[in-house]
Ligand binder design. Structure first.
Ligand code: FES
Length: 236
């Protein structure tokens, strides 16, 4: 019922204020904000693009004409060695190629396919399915703002708009919305270059962007992995 006018709800009154089992109707304020669902392009891009049937079937790239950086080759081969079926290494191989090239460019996919002895089309199908594999050029700083339900109810849409405004057209930033990042208890939250921070306020945004640009830790006081926990080794 998000975004719709709600009926007034009965609220349980604390025992000290009520008689035995008494329930009093207390009016709650009307919700003012409409939460946009999927309005930020947070769905996986390209999921409804049809295959181009006019293209020739792809071939496995020839190692003789496909130069690959030695470190990238070693990393992908190490991933392939971990699995009974080497194709299970498709995701880590693409992630390695993405780290090396900045994104899953046609060249990156070609090189990974050459090492894995697969067609580029096979790996493209994987790269276009998983939305942390980028098939378009992106900025090097990854800022993923969760806009799923818990975070949206806590102001993620405003946070997203404020972040986009602060970053402007800086090509070093890859700011995007994300479906639940699994840290709803710190909503609204964001993943900043793989570090979870939250709750992120609108006032935090200029500070956060400055820290990212300076290469310093993002919002140190709000990093999830530094929170106190029953596990004494968690913060280390
Ligand atoms: S809804 Fe944002 S982390 Fe779960």
């Amino acid at each position: 019922m998000i975004g719709r006018k709600k009926k007034q709800q009965a609220v349980q009154v604390p025992a000290a204020e009520r008689g035995q089992n008494a329930v009093r109707d207390v009016p709650r304020p009307e919700p003012q904000r409409t939460v946009t669902r999927f309005g930020h392009g947070s769905r996986v891009p390209g999921w409804d693009d049809a295959a181009d049937l006019t293209k020739d079937p792809a071939e496995i790239p020839d190692p003789a004409t496909t130069p690959v950086d030695a470190a990238l080759r070693a990393e992908i081969e190490a991933h392939m060695a971990k699995y009974p079926d080497f194709r299970s290494a498709a995701i880590p191989a693409l992630a390695a190629a993405q780290r090396h090239h900045g994104w899953c460019s046609p060249e990156a996919i070609e090189q990974a396919a050459c090492i894995m002895r697969l067609t580029p089309g096979y790996l493209s199908a994987v790269a276009t399915f998983y939305d942390m594999l980028e098939t378009q050029p992106v900025g090097k700083h990854r800022v993923y703002i969760c806009t799923n339900i818990s975070c949206s109810l806590c102001g993620a849409d405003e946070l997203m708009a404020r972040m986009l405004q602060e970053v402007g057209d800086d090509p070093d930033f890859n700011v995007r919305s994300f479906e639940c990042l699994g840290a709803c208890d710190i909503a609204p939250m964001a993943s900043v270059n793989d570090i979870y921070v939250g709750p992120v306020s609108l006032e935090d945004v200029p500070v956060l962007v400055e820290q990212i640009r300076a290469g310093t830790p993002p919002l140190p006081g709000k990093q999830l992995h530094l929170r106190r926990c029953v596990d004494p080794g968690a913060a280390s």
